[in-house]
Design a protein around this ligand. Structure first.
Ligand code: FAD
Length: 519
């Protein structure tokens, strides 16, 4: 990296107005403050009306609640304006084995952590030894969330405060409406909005960004440029040529077909989890919003073709898809090792994308926005800041790749080359192979993770690992663990508490309607 002359950073130009652009704008404006006086930071966001946003990205991770609270959007407004619903986790259908094969046909990744009474035993080792009811998966045994979600109940009650509830949760929402809400909100916080298409990016003598030339608004300059131009990566990629690490050899899906599907009746129950169903060359997402479902098939173009993919999607949806046409998206799966180069930082799809399986896209935007604002190089000394930012983002991407691959590489499916190829050692990163090797003889533990660098907590790994029926042969000497009876009682208690929760928590649709009426 070249050394730049250090001038105070006062002007920030965000290029792109999707979730990445507007969320970063709102986060910076709220946490640093913006103003017109000489000492304040000024934030401008330029977006092209004609290019538009990608408009998918409807599932989130629980971190979104903290982000909404941090930027000052209340929960009722968010739910009302974004057509949002609650997401308590993900149900994975047919990931372990093909449809019709004997054995469990699904598992659940809940967002609530395993129940842990202070001083009580850690439940996973005891679940592995059979202390829970026979046949009960780890997620169903260790938290009440699966039962609550299966019964279409909400994770919270009307009396609970904004962003709080007895169960952990995120949201599903309409991506277009979310960008619009963020845009209004960021502008109310002082962010200046320019509608113009960037036609050329000018580099200065040091190879940093000198200016962007727009069709409608002339030349725009700044001290720091934030590239939120999506897969186009107009600044970090096209202008600066920062290398992109393609990881299609690990994560194979590279195409998506998406549809918006109406409910068959207005009072249909709304699932409070994403339904991810494995198919012959990829998987479908099925997300219930208040007035419609968002459904898409993500697949590997090396293992199927577009026509067959559309057939699979239509078969999944049924007659409701008859009059609808899917939208096709090509995915650049991978990331840049350097997200911050000179005076340019990439946030969102311009920095990377790791397929939508565990909704990492928006979570990574939240992390990046948080880091830019807290590391903000007020004095213009970008180099140390860029170093930290790049290390943090790269580590996160690497760990998410491992976590997403975990869902694929443990499959027992052999019905299609896609699934067979996913289990080949050559497609599994060494870092994941090492973890799996350790977990053959002991359960994963939080000490296996550097929590600050992980997007997903250790419990998420545990839910997926044992949802995929990983055969940990714990304590090979066959000894019973010392708190076995205590653990058995804990599991029974969780079952009883689930019954109480079902009586206490409203249905998901009723809870959403409560928010709509509140507005
Ligand atoms: P975009 O939405 O593409 O926005 C780019 C912006 O840049 C637009 O405003 C555009 O007008 C502007 N722009 C581009 N070029 C120029 C130019 N030359 N001049 C001016 N402006 C320009 N993430 C999740 O967290 N959960 C999910 O469930 C999920 N599902 C996904 C499913 C699919 C199929 C895909 C492809 C992605 C999914 N993602 C998901 C990722 C998520 O959609 C993105 O991370 C998120 O929408 C952010 O996109 P973005 O803002 O980076 O890019």
């Amino acid at each position: 990296m070249k050394t730049l002359p250090k001038t105070a950073v006062k002007n920030v130009l965000i290029v792109g107005g999707g979730t990445a652009g507007w969320l970063t704008a709102a986060f910076l404006a709220k946490t640093m403050g913006v103003g017109a006086d000489a000492d304040s930071v000024r934030i401008t966001l330029v977006e092209s009306k004609e290019i538009g946003i990608i408009g998918v990205g409807e599932g989130t991770f629980p971190s979104i609640r903290g982000t909404l609270a941090a930027i000052g959007i209340d929960e009722a407004r968010f739910i009302r304006e974004c057509n949002a619903t609650f997401k308590q986790g993900i149900r994975f259908n047919h990931w372990v084995r093909e449809p019709g094969a004997p054995g469990n046909d699904h598992y659940f990744h809940p967002f609530s952590l395993p129940s842990q009474r202070p001083g009580g035993p850690e439940l996973l080792p005891y679940w592995l030894q059979g202390a829970a009811a026979p046949g009960l998966g780890f997620a169903a045994a260790a938290t009440m969330q699966k039962r609550v979600a299966d019964a279409s109940h909400a994770p919270k009650r009307p009396a609970d405060a904004d962003f709080m509830g007895p169960l952990n949760y995120a949201y599903h929402f309409d991506a277009g409406k979310f960008a619009a809400l963020l845009s209004t909100h960021a502008q109310s916080l002082g962010v200046k909005h320019v509608q113009a298409t960037v036609e050329r990016v000018e580099l200065d003598q040091q190879g940093a960004i000198g200016a962007v030339h727009t069709r409608e608004a002339g030349v725009l300059t700044a001290d720091l440029y934030i590239d939120c131009t999506g897969f186009r990566a107009a600044l970090i990629g096209e202008a600066l040529g920062t290398p992109f690490r393609n990881i299609n050899d690990v994560l194979f899906v590279d195409r998506a077909l998406a549809m918006q599907v109406p409910y068959d009746r207005p009072d249909a129950p709304i699932p409070s989890y994403t339904i991810s169903t494995a198919h012959e060359a990829g998987w479908t997402w099925d997300i219930g919003l208040h007035q419609r479902r968002g459904i898409g098939y993500v697949y590997s173009s090396r293992h199927t073709d577009d026509n067959r993919a559309e057939e699979v999607l239509r078969q999944y949806i049924g007659p409701a898809a008859d009059d609808l046409s899917p939208r096709q998206l090509k995915l650049n799966v991978g990331y840049r090792d350097l997200h911050w180069v000179n005076n340019c930082v990439a946030v969102g799809l311009s920095g990377g994308f790791l397929e939508p399986l565990e909704s990492s896209g928006i979570g990574l935007i939240e992390t990046a926005a948080y880091l830019v604002s807290y590391l903000f190089p007020h004095d213009g000394d970008m180099e140390p800041v860029a170093k930290v930012f790049n290390q943090m983002m790269k580590s996160r991407y690497e760990r998410i790749v491992d976590f997403v691959k975990l869902h694929y590489c443990l499959t027992q499916r052999t019905d299609n080359q896609f699934w067979i190829d996913n289990t080949l050692d050559a497609s599994i990163p060494e870092s994941l192979r090492d973890k799996l090797a350790m977990w053959r003889t002991r359960a994963p533990h939080r000490m296996d993770f550097v929590v600050d660098l992980e997007m997903y907590p250790p419990s998420s790994w545990q839910y997926v690992l044992y949802g995929m029926e990983y055969p940990t042969k714990q304590y090979a000497n066959g000894r019973t663990l010392p708190r076995f009876d205590e653990a058995r009682k804990e599991f029974q208690m969780i079952e009883q508490m689930s019954q109480r929760a079902l009586a206490d928590l409203p249905t998901h649709r009723a809870m959403i309607e409560h928010f709509l009426q509140r507005g």
